[in-house]
Design a protein around this ligand. Sequence first.
Ligand code: ADP
Ligand code: MG
Length: 458
Amino acid sequence: MQNYLDKIWNDCLNDLEDIISSVGIDLWIKKIKPINIEDDTLMFIAPNEMVRDTIIRGYTKQIIDTISKNFKLSKFDFVLDSNKEDYIKEHKLLDQNKDSLPRAITNEEIPENPFNPRYTFSNFVIGSTNRVIYAATRAVAENPGSRFNPLFIYGGVGLGKTHLLHAIGNYIWEVTKGQKSIIYVSAEKFANDLIDIFRSGKDKGTIEFRKKYRQADVLMVDDIQHIRGKKSVQEEFFHTFNDLYQAGKQIILASDRPPKELSELEERLTSRFASGLVQDIQKPDFETRMLIISKKIELNGYNFEESIIPKLAERLEKFNIREIEGVLNKLDLYAKLHGHFIVDEEVMGEVLSKSQELDESVGRVVTQEKIIDAICNKFNVKREDLFGKKRNKELVEPRQICIYLMWKNLNKPLSAIAEIFHRDHTTAIHARDKVIDLIKENAEIRKMIEDLEDVIVH
Ligand code: ADP
Ligand code: MG
């Protein structure tokens, strides 16, 4: 029976190779083995739930097509490797097939891929705001340790840093079949592990810690900004970094800010950074948002009317990618719960018109207070002066920017904003237009105002 199953399954694999990418075949399909036929169902062994679920989600149709052709069976199902023994006993397979059973697929043989299967290069949407970093991470994944070493990625939250690190991990894992040691760790975990060891006072712990990190072929540390202010952790990181770097191993760091704002780290590593690549990743522009929205709709199997995609991209201007995902999910759910077959203009109108609620749902609430605080902090002015009568230059500019930001970010008419400042409507119009002109003409001011907006929306 087993030989027969294996033989026909091989024919199925040949057919599947024509309709599924080689990555899909290697990563998922080859991890399962047929074990039995129950009525019209072909039973497979899957090493774990992730493989089983991914196959059911992504490849059901292709598998049914091929097994109906080759086995004349119309269904398939899985037994998990952990339940295999029970299954074999229950179905009395052991006695009949003692020598020809498929070998157990143990974790030792196929190490578990620790990377998020959704965070791959092929799921990463490329636009003008992330093209360079995509190319760099791709080059690093293809040739670790030879170009862009170290690679330092920085950018705001929800813009794809972690996604790209996992994509590198997935890629190398798949090419080397898990044989390269790829360590992905958040700086927080790195720090906590180390601090635990320091606390326990065991030298052995420190040695093991070092051994673990220094045998890495590729070391990725995410959110490296979290080691700021932790001297002993920085020290250990610095040594790990140097050892690996000197051994030609690839190092990739991700941070929410550029190296120069991580001064403790940068001073010691400046010369190393110079030989690598420091690259930012930016908020998606309109075109990229369109592409991202389309891709997420496709990946999640959402049903959205084509024509609302540009409208959404417009509406979600200030949103990072994680937040965009949140909104799409919300729209999909709303449509399902309210009996709409498709997310169309009507659904979008109903969900997004509650603008405040939408903002809250993704943790974004812009308030008047936040704007005022940000301005006072940035320009070092007092609140009462901002709203006061004085008209010296140090106050006029922050006041105008404050009016502009309120107009742009609060759902309030300009006349109401003017009242907050005890000024008349035309003064507020003048202030707003002045700032709009400045933004157009002066790149420095534009950047400064964008930074302020980043502060107030988070
Ligand atoms: P960061 O680490 O920068 O905070 P993440 O990598 O966690 O951000 O990304 C947040 C979410 O947005 C993830 O679900 C990720 O898959 C998605 N994402 C980010 N950038 C892209 C992109 N270019 N294409 C597709 N999805 C993306
Ligand atoms: Mg991240």
